[in-house]
Design a protein around this ligand. Structure first.
Ligand code: HEM
Length: 511
């Protein structure tokens, strides 16, 4: 009997659907909200602001590892440190890829190591970054941090009400010198401004799920003029900005090298470097410097501003930190890195800042490279793996009363308690993708926090009626999360501190 072609196609379709259905039911996916026909959990996928809180609420209902299907994409959300350790750390060989986001391609951000798939190019760039920024090598850049920190303190003492912009300048100046050997101007430095604008865009675009095209990749072929294709128009406009940030600062460094005026920095160091049997091409070096420029400034900036926020709201913590500094650091100078082992309370303030205000609340999404099984659940190959760092840091079992800012939770008998959980590991990400800039960031942050506490009192600004302005604690969405701008009062603790700051500026300039 001859069957018409359409009937054959219908039978084929039923068989395919049946086989997909039976595969799904045979292998138990992690629990999650019930999806709808075709679109799956499109409606359940949390949206900004603070979508990490919605993921955490979901995990309370369904468990530490939850599953969403959004259209054709499998998304696994990991909400506890135990599950992160079991999956992203212990099985890092298959959890270290990145999902490929169409908007990243549209903007030309693909060669950034933070977005590269797990493969040879990524490994080469990681090796280069490891050589420059491992725990020992990172000490080499301390002079850079000290210089900019001293100049920051001087500017802060002169104009404390400008603290919001000055923290941006400090984080940016550190990174443009590190990446390109450039000295940032005090005002409107073009290199710094270009970096800041580009990284805002990159953070927005690299945050998984921001755009519909992340869920339906075929949309990237829609022409820019098509009604509703705003993402494409935005993408092409931002591409121009992203390309300027990639090429301009690096080309300037190359010109400086040609005439012998360049300063030692990541770009100059890597151009001469042999990595095993491989040497980096000029384009590779450009890509590596570019990622520092985009990944190294607003991350540290977010933590610096969070620290100020915490001090505004927690005067007793501030007093304890200042008491420790006053006890340990001689009155004749500012705190230095060599004082750090004697200042456990300051370290605890940093830990608590990174915990309470996670810089990257959902880290950067990973991608599962092979089918996996975990506690009887099937985790499908190709899934986007989102780690909810915010949930990990607000786990009441691990950090009782997590909404409180309590550096004491890391201390016992006045020293760091080795048994206390340390959030400064997870704050920098997971497995093979852990942040390569963490030692640099840690040093920069420590210097800023210790010296600001030593020199300034931080308190709330006042309203016209004399009551305190309580800043909002809401953090914006994006790969890098940031508090909204808030005013506060910064006052020199006494005039002698001004002289100490000037002495420090003189010291760093002369070395
Ligand atoms: C407080 C400051 C910082 C925090 C909290 C932070 C946090 C993170 C996190 C959570 C990730 C994602 C890890 C993952 O995928 O699991 C990451 C990646 C990365 N960070 Fe940082 N970061 C900071 C500062 C820096 C600095 C100063 C640099 C450069 C000098 C840097 C360079 C990078 C790079 C290149 C990656 C991508 C790594 C990869 O995909 O292999 N970060 N960071």
């Amino acid at each position: 009997m001859d069957l018409p072609l359409s009937s054959l196609a219908a039978v084929g379709l039923v068989l395919v659907l049946f086989s997909v259905y039976s595969r799904r039911t045979a292998r138990k996916l992690p629990p999650g909200p019930r999806g709808q026909f075709l679109v799956g959990n499109l409606r359940d996928a949390p949206r900004p602001p603070e979508e990490w809180k919605a993921y955490a609420a979901m995990s309370k209902e369904y468990g530490p590892v939850t599953y969403l299907r959004v259209l054709t994409k499998n998304v696994i959300v990991v909400n506890t440190m135990q599950a992160v350790t079991d999956l992203l750390e212990k099985r890092s060989a298959i959890y270290s890829d990145r999902p490929q986001l169409p908007m990243v391609d549209i903007l030309g951000l693909g060669p950034l190591i933070s977005l590269l798939p797990y493969g040879d190019q990524w490994k080469l760039y990681r090796r280069a970054l490891h050589q420059l920024f491992n725990e020992t090598a990172a000490k080499k850049w301390r002079g850079v941090h000290e210089t900019w920190n001293a100049r920051f303190l001087q500017r802060l003492a002169d104009k404390p009400e400008d603290w919001w912009n000055l923290t941006l300048w400090l984080a940016g100046a550190n990174i443009v010198e590190l990446a390109y050997g450039r000295e940032a101007a005090d005002h409107n430095d073009p290199c710094l401004m270009l970096g800041i604008q580009s990284l805002e865009v990159a953070s927005h675009v690299a945050s998984f799920g921001t755009y519909l095209v992340d869920w339906i990749p075929a949309l990237k072929y829609v022409p820019a003029w098509f009604p509703g294709a705003q993402f494409k128009r935005d993408g092409l406009m931002w591409r121009e900005l992203a390309m300027r940030s990639k090429h301009l600062p690096f080309e300037q460094t190359m010109k400086d090298m040609a005439v012998g005026t360049s300063r030692p920095c990541v770009s100059t160091e890597l151009l001469d470097r042999q990595l095993g049997a491989v040497s980096l091409s000029e384009d590779d070096v450009k890509n590596i410097a570019w990622v520092l420029y985009l990944a190294g400034a607003d991350t540290t900036l977010s933590a610096m501003r969070a620290f100020v926020h915490a001090m505004v709201l927690n005067p007793s913590v501030q007093r304890s930190a200042q008491a420790e500094l006053d006890r340990i650091v001689p009155r004749s100078r500012l705190p230095q890195m060599s004082d750090r082992p004697q200042l456990p309370y300051i370290d605890s303030v940093i830990r608590e800042t990174l915990r309470k205000y996670p810089v990257a609340p959902l880290a950067i999404a990973h991608r599962l490279m092979e089918d996996d099984e975990y506690e009887g659940m099937h985790l499908p190959k190709g899934s986007t793996v989102v780690v909810n760092s915010w949930a990990i840091f607000h786990d009441e079992e691990v950090y009782p009363e997590p909404h409180l800012f309590q550096p004491e939770r890391y201390l016992r008998d006045g020293i760091i308690d080795p048994a206390a959980p340390d959030p400064s590991g997870a704050a920098f990400g997971y497995g093979r993708r852990v942040c390569p800039g963490r030692h640099v960031a840690d040093a920069e942050l420590w210097m800023m926090i210790a010296t600001v506490l030593s020199c300034f009192d931080i308190s709330p600004s006042k309203k016209a009626d004399g009551t305190d302005i309580i800043p909002s604690s809401t953090m914006c969405s994006g790969v890098v999360s940031m508090l909204g701008e808030f005013p506060c009062k910064m006052e020199l603790r006494d005039e002698a501190k001004r002289q100490l700051i000037l002495d420090e500026v003189e010291r760093v300039v002369s070395t």
